[in-house]
Design a protein around this ligand. Structure first.
Ligand code: CA
Length: 224
């Protein structure tokens, strides 16, 4: 499971990342509101750990944007010690839990595990296009109502293109979504997964096309 850590105190974010890696998670670390916004748009995270005092703004603005577009990404807010107002504001803005600094890594891991166990509260967890339905929780794909097996990477490509169907998704975003922000990726990896996905969609009779927009990215649309 991949987690996003948003924290501008480099020492703290390193410590948290190391602790979470030891607990078996993959992590991406960013240190500003702007970077956090880009990261949640291009990568599908299991949860986000969010500091509030960031150099370019209030971390809560990232959370508010997520909830405004009904993104159920679980968020654990880090607050200053005695930051009662921070806690209240965080929970009102849609945080799933909070943790006051300084905290023990064990407690952070325990809180994260608790919020990851909760079922997604938002309804409508499926994405549809033409005769394809994708269940975002179970990551199952149905074509004409029949479940079809795709590899994990191809499913990730499908998910990001489906979420932005009818729009061009830059190749870099697809890459980040599959491999995370720090992934070391062969330059043609995305092309390989897209072409496999395209082939499988064709074999299963999905009425969907993935257009390559040369030099830019990909666009998924219904086959007319
Ligand atoms: Ca801070």
């Amino acid at each position: 499971m991949r987690l996003l850590i948003v924290e501008d105190n480099i020492e703290l974010s390193r410590l948290v990342a190391a602790g979470l890696t030891a607990a078996g998670y993959e992590t991406d670390v960013v240190s500003s509101v702007g970077e956090a916004r880009d990261a949640v748009r291009s990568v599908s995270y299991a949860a986000m750990i969010l500091d509030l005092g960031l150099p370019d703004g209030d971390g809560l603005s990232v959370l508010l944007e997520l909830r405004r577009r009904t993104d159920p990404l679980p968020v654990l807010v880090l607050t200053a010690r005695n930051g009662l107002q921070d806690r209240v504001n965080g929970l009102r803005s849609g945080a799933d839990d909070y943790l006051a600094k300084p905290f023990a890594l064990e407690e952070l891991v325990a809180r994260l595990e608790a919020i990851l166990r909760r079922p997604g509260q938002l309804l409508g967890s499926s994405l549809n296009l033409a005769n394809l339905v994708y269940d975002t929780e179970s990551r199952q794909i149905f074509i004409d109502g029949t479940p079809r097996i795709f590899s994990s990477r191809e499913t990730s490509v499908l998910e990001i293109l489906l979420r932005r169907q009818g729009r061009v998704v830059p190749k870099k975003n697809v890459e980040d979504h599959i491999f995370g922000l720090t992934g070391d990726v062969a330059s043609n990896a995305v092309e390989v997964y897209v072409s496999r996905l395209r082939k499988q969609l064709g074999e299963y009779g999905a009425k969907i096309l993935i257009h390559t927009i040369r030099g830019v990215g990909y666009l998924m649309a219904e086959e007319k």
